[in-house]
Design a protein around this ligand. Structure first.
Ligand SMILES: Nc1ncnc2c1ncn2[C@@H]1O[C@H](COP(=O)(O)OP(=O)(O)OP(=O)(O)O)[C@@H](O)[C@H]1O
Ligand SMILES: [Mg+2]
Length: 401
C-alpha cells in the first residue's frame, strides 16, 4: 500500500516553552521501514518531538529531513505524514467510510479512486463491514482502527502515533499492539510511535529511543535497551531493577569486584562500553537474583524475606540485606517447595555475568531504586558462605537454578 518508505532525519532540534526546553538538542535517524518507539516519562518531550515532525509544533532550531528533503518549515498538510493520536478524533457525524475518506477529499482525490482507497484501508484494519456505521457505534479498539485507516489511506511515507492505545484496556491494548505491528510490517511504513508503556515499547519496536528531559538518553534494539542499558535512568525506567551505587576494585590477577555502598560486594566483568571513571552503578535484574535456603557459591549473601508477592507465573521477593537495603528477586514459583514467608532467612546472589555496569544518571534516578536507596557506608560487608546457619538447610526453599 505504501509506495516508498522514507528515512527521517532529525538534527539539533530544539523547542522551548516559556524559556524551558521541551526538546533539548535532539539528533535522531529513523530508518526507512522501521518502527521506532519514543519511550520516556511524562513531560520528557515525546509529544513535542512528534508534533515537530508532523509540523504542528515549530522548532526553535534544528532540521528535519524526509529522505533528504528539508521539511522543517513546511506546513503539516504539505508534509503528507499520517498521524494517529490517543484520542481517536473521529468526526462523530460522519460514517466510518467518510471519516477514512476525509484526507482524500481534502486532497481532491476523484471519487472512484477515493472509494477504492477507503475500501482497501478498511480492509487493512478489518472493518470493511462497519463502513456505514458511525463512530459512536464502534468500540474503542475499533475506533482506533478507523483512526489508523484514516492515517494510512493517503499512503503517507511516514506514520506517527502518539499513545494510540492509551485509552484502551490492557487486554485490548495487547491485541492492538500486535495488529498495529502486523500492519506496519506488511506496509513497510516508517513509523515513530510514542508510548510511556515500557512493555508495549519492548513488544512492538525495531528500536527504542529513551527520551529523558528533552534528550535522547539511549537508542537501541529492545533487547539491548533492556539487557545493556547505558545509564541508571534507562535501567530504572525499563523493567524492574536492583541498582547499586559503589566502587570498582581490580585485583592483581585482573578480576574486578564491585563494592556497593549497600554493603554487598560481588565480582563483575568489565565491558568496553563503560567509562569506569564516571561513577559506575551496577544493575542486577530481579530475574537474575538467585535465592537459596543455604549459602551457596551463587548465593553468598544473607538476607531476610521482607515481602513476598505471588504473581502467578512469578514470585516477587523483597529481600532485606544485612545492611538494611532491599534487593528484589523474581523467581519461578515452581522452584519452591513452599513459598517462603516473611522474616525467613534467605541467601541470595547472582552469577558474575549478570551485573551490568551503567553510568549514573544523577541522584533523582538513583534514589528511586530499592537497592541503591540505602547508601550507608557503615553497612556491614556480606556474610561469607561459611557462616550459614545449619538449621536453614531444612528451609522449604530450594536453590533456584
Ligand atoms: N503547548 C505547550 N505550552 C507550554 N508548554 C508545553 C506545551 N507543550 C508541551 N509543553 C511542555 O513541554 C514539556 C514536554 O511536554 P510533552 O507533551 O512533549 O511531554 P510528553 O513526553 O509527551 O509527556 P506525556 O507522556 O505526559 O504525554 C513539558 O514540560 C510540557 O509541560
Ligand atoms: Mg505526550
Amino acid at each position: 500500500m505504501i509506495d516508498t518508505a522514507c528515512a527521517l532525519s532529525i538534527a539539533g532540534l530544539m523547542k522551548s516553552y516559556d524559556g524551558t526546553a521541551a526538546i533539548d538538542s535532539i539528533d535522531l535517524e529513523v530508518r526507512a521501514g522501521e518502527l521506532l518507539t519514543l519511550l520516556g516519562p511524562s513531560g520528557s518531550g515525546k509529544t513535542t518531538l512528534l508534533m515537530s515532525i508532523a509540523g504542528f509544533a515549530q522548532p526553535d532550531a534544528g532540521r528535519i529531513q524526509l529522505d533528504g528533503r528539508d521539511i522543517t518549515r513546511l506546513p503539516p498538510h504539505r508534509r503528507n505524514i499520517g498521524v494517529v493520536f490517543q484520542q481517536y478524533a473521529l468526526f462523530p457525524h460522519l460514517s466510518i467510510a467518510d471519516n477514512v475518506a476525509y484526507p482524500l477529499k481534502v486532497r481532491r482525490v476523484p471519487k472512484a479512486q477515493r472509494d477504492a482507497a477507503v475500501k482497501a484501508a478498511l480492509r487493512l484494519v478489518q472493518l470493511e463491514s462497519e463502513a456505514l456505521r458511525r463512530p459512536e457505534q464502534l468500540s474503542g479498539g475499533q475506533q482506533q482502527r478507523v483512526a489508523l485507516a484514516r492515517a494510512l489511506v493517503f499512503k503517507p511515507p511516514v506514520l506517527l502515533m502518539d499513545e494510540p492505545l492509551g485509552a484502551l484496556d490492557r487486554k485490548l491494548r495487547a491485541e492492538m499492539q500486535l495488529e498495529i505491528r502486523g500492519i506496519q510490517k506488511s506496509l513497510g511504513i516508517t513509523t515513530v510511535y510514542v508510548t510511556h508503556d515500557q512493555e508495549e515499547a519492548l513488544a512492538i519496536s525495531d528500536r527504542i529511543a529513551i527520551v529523558h528531559r528533552g534528550r535522547i538518553e539511549q537508542i537501541d534494539t529492545p533487547e539491548k535497551i533492556y539487557s545493556r542499558p547505558a545509564s541508571s535512568f534507562v535501567a530504572d525506567f525499563i523493567g524492574d531493577s536492583n541498582l547499586f551505587a559503589g566502587t570498582l576494585e581490580t585485583a592483581a590477577d585482573g578480576t574486578t569486584r564491585f563494592h556497593s555502598v549497600a554493603g554487598i560486594t560481588f565480582p563483575v566483568r568489565l565491558g568496553p562500553q563503560v567509562d569506569h571513571a564516571a561513577a559506575p552503578m551496577a544493575l542486577v535484574r530481579p530475574e537474575s537474583v538467585r535465592v537459596s535456603p543455604v549459602a551457596t557459591h551463587d548465593c553468598p549473601h544473607r538476607g531476610s524475606v521482607k515481602q513476598v508477592v505471588y504473581m502467578g507465573s512469578t514470585l516477587h521477593l523483597q529481600i532485606a540485606t544485612e545492611s538494611g537495603s532491599v534487593v528484589l528477586a523474581k523467581a519461578n514459583p515452581r522452584f519452591f517447595d513452599d513459598i517462603p514467608g516473611s522474616h525467613q532467612d534467605i541467601w541470595f546472589g547472582w552469577r558474575v555475568d549478570d551485573p551490568v555496569l551503567v553510568r549514573a544518571s544523577g541522584p533523582s534516578t538513583a534514589a528511586s531504586s530499592a537497592a541503591s536507596s540505602v547508601t550507608s557506608s557503615a553497612a556491614s560487608p556480606a556474610s561469607s558462605p561459611a557462616s550459614s546457619p545449619a538449621s536453614s538447610a531444612t528451609s522449604p526453599i530450594r536453590s533456584s537454578p
